[in-house]
Design a protein around this ligand. Structure first.
Ligand SMILES: NC(=O)c1ccc[n+]([C@@H]2O[C@H](COP(=O)([O-])OP(=O)(O)OC[C@H]3O[C@@H](n4cnc5c(N)ncnc54)[C@H](OP(=O)(O)O)[C@@H]3O)[C@@H](O)[C@H]2O)c1
Length: 253
């Protein structure tokens, strides 16, 4: 086996949540290109079908499962559908998420809870459902954010708290499951990547943020997908409980 063979995911089954737009599309395509069949989960079933076409174009099988990750029963149904179709779940990419920016004195309990329900609790419900059936050698990749590690000039208490929570969740699931179940859990903290989420920023915000990016440019989703494939693969077999910033240097300034 060569070192590059360790990055391959042939014969594996990967679930990607939030696969209907943005980074989730890049994750789905990247995992398919690495050899995995891919289960695509999000609320917009019609958009999942577009992502499924990319998976099929890479020669792999896609299964679309309309899922609201804030609902534990829906996460269980997603895992059940994957098991019914493929008989195994080797990888979970907890990518579904929403971003908000609301001043702390104005944010309602409903607004705050909604972000935490999707970004943090949703990651946990999906991990629980998949962790129950994952075999040794499986891996979970949680998509946190640099906002879980630092600030970025917007009032984002809910988002930042949810993403810091994802980093803590990653660490704890890794210590619960790494040794006992042989399931590795790690996270990625992306910096700034173009997506539907970043489309909602005020004009000028990303230009201002660019000054903090050492590499001087926004990230390419394929760079993120490559990191996710690495973390999910045997190439990262000794990496456990870590959060890897993929941010062009934002968190070192
Ligand atoms: N783009 C960036 O620069 C950046 C930076 C750091 C971290 N991130 C993280 O990367 C992840 C992907 O974000 P993105 O930038 O690709 O944004 P995006 O284009 O808005 O995609 C978000 C995805 O999450 C799904 N989603 C939202 N709520 C959901 C729910 N309740 N149940 C299931 N799926 C749900 C959406 O699908 P439906 O609406 O169809 O459900 C969509 O597929 C998020 O966790 C985000 O926090 C992004």
């Amino acid at each position: 086996m060569t070192v590059l063979d360790r990055f391959r995911l042939d014969g594996r089954v990967a679930i990607v949540t939030g696969a209907s737009s943005g980074l989730g599309v890049a994750f789905a395509r990247g995992f398919a290109e690495a050899g995995a069949d891919v289960v695509l989960a999000a609320r917009r079933a019609d958009k999942l079908e577009d992502t499924a076409e990319l998976v099929r174009a890479a020669g792999r099988t896609a299964l679309c499962v309309a899922t609201d990750v804030a609902d534990p029963a829906a996460c269980q149904a997603m895992a059940d559908a994957a098991m019914a179709e493929f008989g195994r779940i080797d990888v979970l990419v907890n990518n579904a998420g929403i971003g908000t920016a609301v001043p702390a004195t104005k944010e309602t309990p409903e607004e705050f809870r909604r972000v935490v329900d999707i970004n943090l609790s949703g990651s946990y419900w999906a991990a629980q459902a998949c962790g129950r059936v994952m075999e040794p050698g499986s891996a979970i990749v949680n998509i946190a954010s640099v906002l879980g590690l630092t600030t970025a000039g917007l009032p984002q208490a809910a988002y930042s708290a949810s993403k810091s929570g994802v980093i803590g969740l990653t660490r704890d699931l890794a210590q619960q499951w790494g040794g006992r179940k042989g399931v590795r859990v790690n996270a990625i903290a992306p910096g700034f990547f173009a997506s539907e989420m970043t489309d909602t920023y005020q004009p000028g915000y990303l230009e201002e943020m660019r000054k903090r990016i050492v590499l001087g440019r926004m990230g390419d989703p394929e760079e993120l997908a490559a990191t996710a494939v690495w973390l999910a693969s045997d190439a990262a077999g000794y990496v456990l409980g870590q959060t890897i910033p993929v941010d062009g240097g934002v968190t070192i300034t």
